[in-house]
Design a protein around this ligand. Sequence first.
Ligand code: SAH
Ligand code: SF4
Ligand code: F3S
Length: 439
Amino acid sequence: MSDPKKLFIKTYGCQMNVYDSERMAEALGGQGYVETQSAEDADMILLNTCHIREKAAEKVYSELGRFKGLKAAKPDLKIGVAGCVAQAEGEEIMRRQPLVDLVVGPQSYHRLPELEAKARAGEKALDTDFPEEDKFEKLKGRPKAKRGPTAFLTVQEGCDKFCAFCVVPYTRGAEVSRPADRILREANELVERGVREITLLGQNVNAYHGAGPNGDMTLAGLIWELDKIDGLERIRFTTSHPNDMTDDLIEAHGTCAKLMPYLHLPVQAGSDKILKRMNRSHTADSYLRLVERIRAARPDILMSGDFIVGFPEETEADFQATLDLVEEIRYGYAYSFKYSTRPGTPAAERAQVDPAEADDRLQRLQAVITRHQREIQDSMVGREVSVLFEKPGRLPGQMVGKSEYLHAVHVQAPGLSTGQIARVRIVASGPNSLAGEPV
Ligand code: SAH
Ligand code: SF4
Ligand code: F3S
């Protein structure tokens, strides 16, 4: 038998791309590929790309340029582009970078084996359709091996919200929820393979409304079904939209022990004028009241968020409103970005904020976020948390894992193993992680 072909996948962007890359590797596994960690070894290179900001999209072309030498040395090497840049730019990618053999959009991954065969035969292969069939059902590849204790599971994809700055509704298409029975089957398989924590993924995960045995199921309904799986210890979900935070989901945060006390709930800005122009359809006040209700259900919940600064027409007073909101919420984690113009989105046509001013605002916002993040992390010292261990640490006898609040925790103790959950007392807070001792 000939040696297996080698596949190198590089993943950019959000967790959904991480999940998709795993599925693509499985699908190509059925074509005789095994994964490699080095582009130099590969018979096929696949970039799973992100289009969310200009920088993310441009990175793809500079990365592709670097493969020129590899392709010259190995003419059989096939180069593919998947993900949101593939969807947004399609054929243009092959025009701009002729060494690309294959372009596949996120809704066509189940057609990857045919596309690969076409590329092998020396043709250019392109598929950026939005087909009707269930991609994930058809993406079944080789038998599944044992894996690490945490996994992503996509339950919902696409977005109908059309925030004025965002490409996702165009690159991922309309909102679609997977049927509950398929998700539960996949979750059971993951648990059989050693997974103890599942993060449910969707661009608007809390808008989930998949077919269940008694009609549509909400995300909370799905979480309660997952709660019944023996061996699954932790459930998380991301990313949520404030307008889809339903009562049953808020309540689940208080009553479902497996649902972790961490919620990523992007608000984007604190000024109602800007929120309106962003087409967010919530106000700063409705967001603050929502977080109050969530905290009433689960007082220790750690909030996380996303922010855009320098959105068109944002004034200093608008920006101050964002700072005020951040001071009020106190996020345990928050991701903040300078507004990036995306061609084809409504905000791209509007008066842009001076880039130097936007840079300055980003720095000021990040300073506040970092201060809160530190204070919240430091306040864990002396507390008892539960840690799911994910891998050995750098020191002998050390293990690293995550607390229920998603803080990284180092523990020095013999006998701990990957996949184990232990009660730990936090004894110190470092720059990026906590240190703890088993109790
Ligand atoms: N579905 C998620 C977010 C997807 S994108 C949600 O609704 O929150 C992740 C984050 O990228 C967004 O929350 C936003 O803060 C940021 N983002 C999206 N488009 C952007 C743009 N054009 N410029 C800068 N940041 C952007
Ligand atoms: Fe983009 Fe808004 Fe949809 Fe989130 S809700 S994916 S920010 S359009
Ligand atoms: Fe990027 Fe697409 Fe995710 S644009 S953030 S990879 S949905």
